[in-house]
Design a protein around this ligand. Structure first.
Ligand code: PHE
Length: 450
């Protein structure tokens, strides 16, 4: 087998992992769920989930990946030979098909909206009902949604085919700084709008009466989704790391960047939404129904409209890359496929699995496959509500009770000799994270969460 490729630099790795974490989850999902579940109180619940669950699980994934230098399935096989633990990695490979297939469809919408913004289409949208019609017309057109989905998958495949250093790392180094610049520009625009304070207050002044069990369920599910955890993406990225790398500080930086960007996106969006007296609880369509009507009213709106959807598209690309890389790592490591063949076959397959999602806003809108959900809704629901938390839960059990806290600590120490934590303390932290995830999963299954 040829030598495993490694990241060219620490910055390259951090930008790639942050690129995976920062995606539609931060700019599309975080603002709309914050809007739906009560603003600052939700933000607080989310920050607690990130600290107590997200951060430890990220470290666990990096440690497993770096120790074994393998894809998620191979990693569990190496650490627990002859046991069914490899299935946790297998769950991750399946999760890629579920997540990437619909993720690519949403990314496709953002692409469609970049063109809409360029063509000046937003200028005819005076109020949200018109923007809603516009979105519905766009979503109902199978040709547009499928072509945009295809284009996104082609782009992601183009980067992944080039490999870790020349593809993923190179593009992350270009796209992530660009994303940050665009977001800063948009945030400043939002903050300088008259009435912007209301948007900021919505994000920082908690109303605890809004906090309930469901808020916490959603916050935890989102912590997994936004940090790309529970399906082996971070195991895969960790497997391209050398022993010299400091896992702890890398995870701190990545979690910080992800959270920071989500909050910045929240500010950029809610300042604009509140400045125009619009409702923050627009749901998944918030940025597609509400924002296009805001742009025509603000100075420079034409330009900011294009930038906003470009921002979303860039964020989606670097996350899509990390999703596809999980399957590619599996087929190249375990099955000896060439990277090129694996990307062509699986990029193509993910595209096909995504077609029903692309049609869910159009011809297949009435095809309810589960509890009134369209194919698209079902994919989203399954992944963020169950698959990712389940994967994360099993990883906690694996490290805490099979591989062992001592090995885990040793792995963190490699590259960071000053690190010290007693195995019992690590066990306690891992167990707390595991229990929190378990509660979420069980209550979710019992139907407490919507
Ligand atoms: N973290 C990405 C986002 O916030 C989504 C993602 C989930 C990517 C799981 C990879 C793995 O959009």
């Amino acid at each position: 087998m040829s030598e495993r490729e490694h990241w060219g630099s620490r910055t390259g790795f951090i930008l790639a992992a942050a690129g995976s974490a920062i995606g539609l989850g931060n700019i599309w999902k975080f603002p709309f769920i914050t809007g739906m579940y009560g603003g600052a109180a939700f933000v607080l619940a989310y920050l607690i989930c990130i600290a107590l669950v997200g951060f430890p699980v990220m470290l666990i994934e990096f440690a497993i990946g770096r120790r074994t230098q393998r894809n998620p399935v191979g990693a569990f096989k190496a650490l627990a030979p002859g046991t069914p633990w490899f299935m946790v990695g297998g769950l991750g490979v399946v999760a890629v098909f579920v997540i990437l297939s619909y993720y690519s469809v949403v990314a496709g919408w953002t692409l469609g909206y970049i063109f809409a913004a360029i063509s000046g289409a937003f200028h005819n949208l005076a109020e949200p009902s018109q923007a809603k019609d516009y979105f519905e017309n766009f979503g109902a057109d199978p040709f547009k949604t499928i072509i945009c989905h295809l284009f996104f998958m082609a782009l992601v495949s183009f980067v992944v085919i080039k490999g870790v250093k020349k593809g993923i790392e190179k593009w992350s180094k270009i796209l992530m700084p660009l994303l940050l610049v665009i977001l800063v520009v948009l945030m400043i625009r939002g903050l300088t709008l008259p009435g912007a304070e209301d948007g900021v207050n919505f994000l920082v002044k908690p109303d605890f009466s809004k906090l309930n069990g469901n808020t916490i369920l959603v916050a935890l599910g989102h912590a997994f989704f936004t940090l790309s955890l529970g399906m082996g993406a971070m195991i895969t990225y960790g497997s391209y790391l050398s022993r010299k790398e400091n896992l702890l500080s890398s995870a701190v930086i990545i979690v910080f960047l992800d959270t920071f960007i989500a909050l910045m996106a929240g500010i950029a969006i809610f300042t604009a939404v509140f400045a125009h007296g619009l409702a923050p609880d627009g749901g998944p369509a918030l940025i597609f129904h509400v924002l296009p009507t805001v742009f025509p009213h603000i100075p420079g709106g034409y330009f900011f409209g294009i930038l906003f959807f470009l921002l979303l598209f860039i964020a989606a690309i670097t996350s899509g890359i990390s999703l596809l890389e999980v399957v590619i790592a599996y087929f190249t490591d375990e099955k000896g496929w060439s990277r090129k063949t694996a990307v062509i076959v699986f990029g193509g397959l993910v595209f096909l699995v995504g077609v029903p999602s692309a049609l869910s806003t159009g011809p297949l809108a009435d095809w309810k496959i589960f509890f009134g959900m369209t194919f698209f809704d079902f994919m989203d629901y399954m992944s963020f509500k169950y698959m990712l938390p389940l994967g994360g839960f099993l990883m906690c059990i694996f490290v805490g009770y099979y591989w062992g806290a001592k090995e885990f600590i040793d792995e963190i120490k490699s590259g960071n000799p000053a690190f010290s934590l007693r195995p019992v303390a690590a066990m306690v932290l891992i167990t707390i994270a595991g229990i929190l995830i378990l509660i979420t999963l069980v209550t979710g299954i019992l139907g407490v969460g919507a």
